[in-house]
Design a protein around this ligand. Structure first.
Ligand code: SF4
Length: 362
């Protein structure tokens, strides 16, 4: 029996995971792995809270990058309607609606290789405007250099999302227009500028278990773990090179979530794209494996996302509550051994539903 198997408690954050250790986690019997992941999860989080964010596509389609899974790439004909950069006022309006519905974090995504100097002032205004509403802000705009990272941090951007997608070894099968190092450089710039990092990957792209392990090792062995780790299941979009790939065994997806939880015990592991194709039992299993964050809203950028009220019905049936913002903050301020963590009951202020955002406080 390996010591990984025997020791569920991992109070100290580690940044030195080896391939052998991670392979041993992937080799665990499913029940042993889930038990270990749930045990680690309970050391750091309220197991019945799931953080929810809204996602708004501020610029859709016509991306010059060739990510083979992505309907927004200009390289593939997916029938996606292209949209220009949304007006700042419109973004603020959407953020206000999100806030009125109880949202605490507003994520804005643009299909760019990187923002250009013409876009930056608009993007900065969006961050400032959304921030002034009292919302946490998050953006995903492609690659950032040092200067752009500092500009966004100065504007008040809290999180920046930039995924590694897969292992360094498999990466060349997915994207040719930017390198793995480009991605690591962007994440380094974001971290150095003082923003929080959201970074994860996609499974089900034809990669092997060693690639899923390789991705998690890259993320967990960063000097600071990403605060958010989205684990996406490939959404096979017609017109993309990956439209006809074989389905991943759902248990392999759950395993990846569980191992992400064990390796990055204080990060929010996000059950992200691909949720539309998962039944409720699988989503429940993902929460048990340690996923504790989801996106809600009608769309996840351009791929379908389960309707918000369906999420809330599932939460209710599972006894899960949306994680209150204060809860997130108290954990971030807690020491590495988890002491000082306090759980705060959700805000019960009456808030209204609308068609786009669900009432996160209900
Ligand atoms: S994943 Fe991002 S960078 Fe890649 S094609 Fe899609 S929008 Fe562009």
């Amino acid at each position: 029996m390996s010591n990984v198997h025997a020791t569920p408690s991992m109070a100290v954050l580690r940044h030195d995971w080896s391939r052998v250790e991670v392979a041993a986690l992937f080799d665990l019997p499913f029940n042993d792995l889930l038990f270990q992941a749930q045990s680690v999860h309970r050391e750091h989080f309220n197991p019945n809270h799931v953080q929810v964010s809204t996602l708004c596509s501020i610029k859709t389609g016509a991306c010059p990058e060739d990510c083979k899974y992505c309907p927004q790439s200009a390289h593939y004909d997916t029938g996606l309607e292209r949209e220009k950069l949304m007006q700042v006022e419109k973004v603020i309006e959407e953020a206000k609606a999100a806030k009125a519905s109880g949202a605490t974090r507003f994520c804005m995504g643009a299909a760019w290789r990187s923002p250009n100097h013409k876009n930056m002032p608009y993007v900065v205004e969006m961050v400032k405007g959304v921030k002034s509403l009292g919302l946490e802000t998050c953006m995903t705009l492609g690659m950032l250099d040092e200067q752009q990272s500092e500009t966004l941090a100065d504007a008040g951007l809290d999180y920046y999302n930039h995924n590694l997608d897969t292992s360094p070894e498999y990466y060349g099968e997915i994207i040719t227009t930017r390198t793995y190092q480009d991605r690591l450089d962007t994440l380094g710039n974001v971290r150095n500028a003082g923003m929080k990092v959201c970074s994860g990957g996609i499974v089900g792209m034809g990669e092997g278990e060693t690639d899923r392990a390789g991705l998690l090792i890259q993320l967990a062995n960063m000097p600071v773990h990403p605060e958010s780790v989205p684990i996406n299941m490939l959404v096979k979009v017609e017109g993309t090179p990956f439209e006809a790939l074989d389905d991943l065994d759902p248990f392999d997806f759950i395993r990846t979530i569980a191992i992400a939880r064990i390796m990055m015990p204080k990060s929010h592991v996000r059950l992200s794209a691909g949720r539309e194709d998962m039944n409720e039992q699988m989503q429940a299993m993902a929460f048990f494996a340690g996923a504790n964050s989801i996106f809600y809203g009608e769309k996840l950028l351009t791929t379908p996302n389960p309707e918000a009220n369906k999420d809330m019905q599932l939460f209710k049936r599972l006894g899960i509550e949306p994680e209150p913002y204060d809860d997130v903050e108290s954990r971030r301020n807690a020491s590495a051994d988890g002491s000082g963590v306090q759980y705060i009951e959700p805000n019960s202020a009456a808030q209204q539903n609308n068609s786009q955002f669900y009432n996160a406080a209900s």
